[in-house]
Design a protein around this ligand. Structure first.
Ligand SMILES: NC(=O)c1ccc[n+]([C@@H]2O[C@H](COP(=O)([O-])OP(=O)(O)OC[C@H]3O[C@@H](n4cnc5c(N)ncnc54)[C@H](O)[C@@H]3O)[C@@H](O)[C@H]2O)c1
Length: 429
């Protein structure tokens, strides 16, 4: 199949390919003819973060990484070699992730491509009958998150977002203690991220490197020229593909805040910050404070410092009778009253293995909703990042519906609820 097929052309082709491969196509969903078995086969899209996910998937009993797909052929090959070395069996190595969708023996798509690909790939994956493990943030914009929930429901697929701390045994135990009243009524959560990132410079238009299929890298995003300072990783700092530090790392912390406070959609969102440290091409803030108010006298905040890691706490909950902090590694500490006196510690890990095991179990048990970070919950947490970024980009305070998070009375802000797509690549459920 040529590299430059758009979504419509691809979907048409995939249906034909699916039929030829022996799929049963029912109500638009291609399902493998085999009944669910103990063996789970996954295909991984994007082999940087995806390489580490692949090794964790491959290390689980009865799980096989059958395909490694990366538009950067060097990364695809390196990922494939690492998977083979760890597991003894070589996966198919491809540049085009659609080979995963076409393969009837693959049960799940693992999407660790850049953010602009998360929702479109998940939606195509569900339509092809695949369960999907999608990295955080689950979407590039709020509308996509809503479409992902629809796709998961329509095709009855397990869709798990990769905020792995949702499966951490220590954090899960600490959350239960929090809800049981260990520090009284909990009313606020604060969270932080710190790093010492350097400048990304001023990029120059450049020829696309031989090893990269740039058209497929762009996929659903409207076409722009190739520049020499955006791929890999720096796409995070351009609104066209990424969601800044808030969507990159803020999501982990805000997801814990939302989980512990037991809240869904905020009614008010404010933002302060900007690109303060370096004069370069980066569009997204390196210094960013966002705050959210919820019904029931609860609030949360995130303080992101991309270029100064002086203070690097993670998450702290404040209650009427104490506080509880979670560090980046999943260790939780309860403090007594309004003091720094340690009352209780629950130490553990951040759930990397458990999160994948939870996803595999949902597939094996045919219980697509039995997930620790099911897409509906993933969307609610991701939406906090989108709303914080929309408040930043419009320079306005946002008032939101507590029913679905939609922005009330601000058409300019609601324009950022969704994006423009490369023609033919609009995600459709
Ligand atoms: N949960 C976590 O702790 C965690 C950690 C790191 C990264 N992530 C997430 O993983 C994602 C990837 O991050 P990264 O740091 O690996 O970024 P990256 O830019 O280094 O790597 C992305 C990879 O995806 C590939 N890719 C792009 N389009 C593709 C396509 N159409 N098909 C196949 N491959 C494609 C790229 O070539 C690249 O190798 C991000 O969304 C990030 O937020 C999550």
């Amino acid at each position: 199949m040529p590299d430059n097929l758009n979504r419509r052309q691809f979907v048409k082709g995939a249906t034909t390919a699916a039929a030829a491969a022996g799929y049963v196509v029912k109500t638009g969903v291609a399902l493998a003819q085999d009944a669910p078995s103990a063996r789970v086969r996954v295909g991984v899209m994007g082999l940087s973060r995806g390489k580490s996910l692949a090794l964790t998937f491959g290390g689980r009993s009865g799980v096989e990484v059958a395909c490694a797909a990366d538009v950067d052929i060097n990364r695809a090959k390196a990922g494939g070699a690492a998977i083979e070395k760890a597991g003894g069996k070589a996966p198919e190595v491809v540049q085009d992730f659609r080979r995963i969708l076409d393969n009837k023996d693959i049960d799940a798509l693992v999407c660790a491509a850049p953010n602009h690909w998360h929702a479109p790939a998940t939606i195509l994956g569900c339509a092809a009958g695949k369960h999907v493990y999608v990295e955080k943030p689950c979407s590039h914009n709020p509308h996509e998150g809503e479409l992902m929930i629809q796709a998961a429901r329509k095709h009855n697929r397990a869709v798990q977002m990769g905020t792995q701390r949702r499966s951490s045994p220590s954090i899960t135990e600490a959350m239960q203690l929090l809800w049981d009243g260990e520090i009284g009524r909990v009313y606020h959560a604060n969270s932080w991220y710190g790093n010492a990132r350097g400048p990304i410079g001023k990029g120059l238009a450049a020829p696309v490197p031989d090893f990269l299929q740039y058209d497929q890298w762009q996929g659903p995003a409207p076409r722009v020229a190739y520049y020499d300072n955006r791929i890999h990783y720096n796409w995070h700092w351009f609104w066209h593909w990424g969601n800044g530090e808030l969507g990159n790392n803020g999501i982990h912390a805000l997801d814990l805040c939302r989980w512990g406070l037991q809240v869904d959609y905020p009614n008010r969102v404010v933002s302060a910050g900007g690109r303060y440290r370096f004069d370069d091409d980066q569009q997204t803030p390196d210094t960013h404070n966002v705050a959210f108010e919820f019904e029931g006298k609860k609030s949360m905040a995130w303080d992101g410092m991309s270029c100064n890691r002086h203070r690097n706490d993670f998450v702290t909950f404040y209650g009427e009778d104490g506080a509880m902090s979670i560090d980046g590694g999943g260790n939780c500490t309860f403090y007594a009253g309004a003091t720094d006196k340690v009352k209780k510690e629950v130490n553990g890990n951040k759930g990397d293995v458990e999160h994948i095991e939870n996803f595999v179990a949902a597939i094996r048990n045919d219980k697509p909703l039995d997930l620790n970070q099911e897409i509906l919950s993933g969307h609610k947490s991701t939406l906090l990042c989108h709303l914080g970024n929309i408040a930043h980009r419009t320079g306005r305070n946002l008032t939101c519906s507590t029913e679905d998070g939609h922005i009330i009375g601000d058409d300019k802000a609601m324009k950022l609820w969704q994006r423009e797509y490369e023609p033919g690549w609009e995600p459709v459920v």
